[in-house]
Design a protein. Structure first.
Ligand SMILES: O=C(O)CCC(=O)C(=O)O
Ligand SMILES: [Fe+2]
Length: 224
């Protein structure tokens, strides 16, 4: 865990007491606590900035690169259905464990009880300047989608799926973070990453220094 994470925990644990449900909440014991935050303005969108320790991030990164999916430069996406690689199953188990240990509605209970929680994996590799167009994930996937970020941070922009329904909301996806989308966030908001357009990857007034980014998306296919 890095210093920023440590600070976030301390703030969450010892900061002003408040009944406001948007306050970060510490989960588990202080050595391993992860902090879940509800993203304001978007129902069903939750962010855990410190989901993976630095050590776990590098372990995952090596496991992904060892798969050999990205040896050719032209390939920047890998998809797996059904039996997932062991590192992805472990990641899914870790997500479930975290959600079961937190008294927050990060995912609706009926999604938590499904078996398995996820059975589809996409790993996306983005070089600097590459991103993903605004979209709602295909309806052949169930509700409840997880995205873990590795390497370079990026800004993911959420905008209402129906035009004129409200303003866009930017979320910083830092390395080691996890977002979970369900309900409105999954069905009524589009998400996109635009790393080409100048001014899009700006966070707290500063342009993000773009490097390679790898993301892991976990979903569950709808029954046939
Ligand atoms: O790479 C990401 O962070 C997002 C990926 C995504 O939205 C998708 O594959 O549907
Ligand atoms: Fe998506």
């Amino acid at each position: 865990m890095d210093d920023d994470d440590e600070e976030a925990h301390l703030k969450a644990a010892f900061g002003d007491s408040s009944d406001d449900e948007k306050e970060p909440v510490v989960v588990g014991d202080s050595a391993t606590a992860v902090v879940w935050e509800r993203v304001e303005k978007i129902n069903g969108l939750w962010l855990c900035r410190n989901f993976l320790s630095v050590h776990h991030q590098s372990h995952l990164l090596s496991a992904i690169l060892n798969e050999g999916w990205f040896v050719q430069e032209s390939i920047n996406q890998a998809m797996r259905f059904g039996d997932l690689p062991s590192w992805a199953t472990e990641l899914s188990d870790l997500i479930l464990e975290s959600l079961e240990s937190v008294e927050l509605p990060v995912l609706p209970a009926d999604l938590l009880w499904r078996e398995p929680l996820f059975d589809q994996l996409i790993v996306n590799l983005y070089q600097p300047g590459e991103g993903i167009c605004a979209h709602v994930d295909l309806l052949r996937f169930e509700d409840g989608i997880a995205i873990v970020s590795l390497e370079s941070p990026c800004v993911m922009r959420f905008s209402p799926a129906e035009k004129g329904e409200g303003e866009a909301v930017d979320v910083l996806l830092s390395p080691g973070s996890l977002i979970l989308m369900s309900g409105e966030a999954r069905y009524h908001w589009k998400h996109e990453i635009n790393r080409k357009q100048i001014g899009f990857q700006v966070w707290e007034g500063e342009e993000i220094d773009q490097k390679r980014r790898i993301s892991i998306t976990l979903r569950k296919l709808c029954p046939a």
